[in-house]
Design a protein around this ligand. Structure first.
Ligand SMILES: CC(C)(COP(=O)(O)OP(=O)(O)OC[C@H]1O[C@@H](n2cnc3c(N)ncnc32)[C@H](O)[C@@H]1OP(=O)(O)O)[C@@H](O)C(=O)NCCC(=O)NCCS
Length: 187
């Protein structure tokens, strides 16, 4: 049983760090959600060794890995990562997220990603989060738009996904654009 101590809580969901103990639950969810995730995010290897390596990545200061859980049951309904965190005068990270097939379409991810954003701009001291979204991934674009992200432009051949370099739309949110602005400078 993973540690259920939540970092941030909303009305329906709460966010905690991902743990190696989440492997069995996430392996089932990933399998059930293959059609939802393809071709938008790379398939994840949930064999024991690969999952341990995946979680270990979040021990590094440049990566943060979270799961979004239902407050009542603790069941995982989504995952949110902040990758490629750059400090100094940039204070930025790249947001990644997945919902799962059985619980998509209830607003859980909007609530969960909002909690992660608040955590990033306050506890982590970040100033900017970006989300890189393939054209055609309408649910993902709707999610970040709901959360106040601004479409900055297109990054041609930005990321290797599903066997090819794919163009992505670059959406971003800075701390000033949210009600949770940290109001602090670089640290
Ligand atoms: C992108 C993704 C995470 C969005 O998931 P989601 O389930 O749509 O997000 P939410 O949980 O916030 O649900 C929002 C939807 O629930 C609806 N909803 C239903 N009941 C709701 C409620 N009580 N409260 C809020 N929203 C509710 C909303 O209207 C919204 O639907 P809409 O987008 O059609 O308007 C999901 O589609 C996914 O995992 N895609 C594959 C992976 C991916 O693309 N990742 C991002 C790569 S850039």
């Amino acid at each position: 049983m993973p540690d259920q101590s939540f970092l941030v809580c909303g009305p329906r969901v709460a966010v905690r760090r991902i743990s190696v103990q989440d492997r069995a639950e996430i392996a089932v969810l990933d399998r059930e959600s293959a059609a939802l995730h393809h071709p938008w995010v790379p398939a994840r290897d949930t064999t024991e060794e690969a999952f341990r390596a995946y979680v270990a990545k979040f021990d590094q200061p440049a990566h943060e890995g979270f799961v979004v859980c239902l407050r009542e049951s603790g069941a995982i309904v989504g995952g949110v990562n902040i990758n490629d965190i750059v400090r100094g005068g940039i204070q930025s990270g790249a947001l990644g997220y997945v919902a799962y097939a059985s619980t998509t379409g209830h607003g859980y991810m909007t609530e969960g990603v909002r909690l992660v954003i608040r955590y990033a701009f306050t506890e982590l001291g970040l100033h900017r989060l970006e989300a890189n979204i393939q054209p055609g991934n309408a649910p993902s674009a709707r999610l970040v738009e709901r959360l106040g992200f601004r479409l900055e432009g297109c990054s041609p051949r930005f990321q290797y996904v599903d066997g090819a370099w794919r163009d992505h739309e670059r959406w971003a949110l800075t701390a000033e654009m949210t009600e949770h602005a940290a109001g602090s400078g670089p640290r």
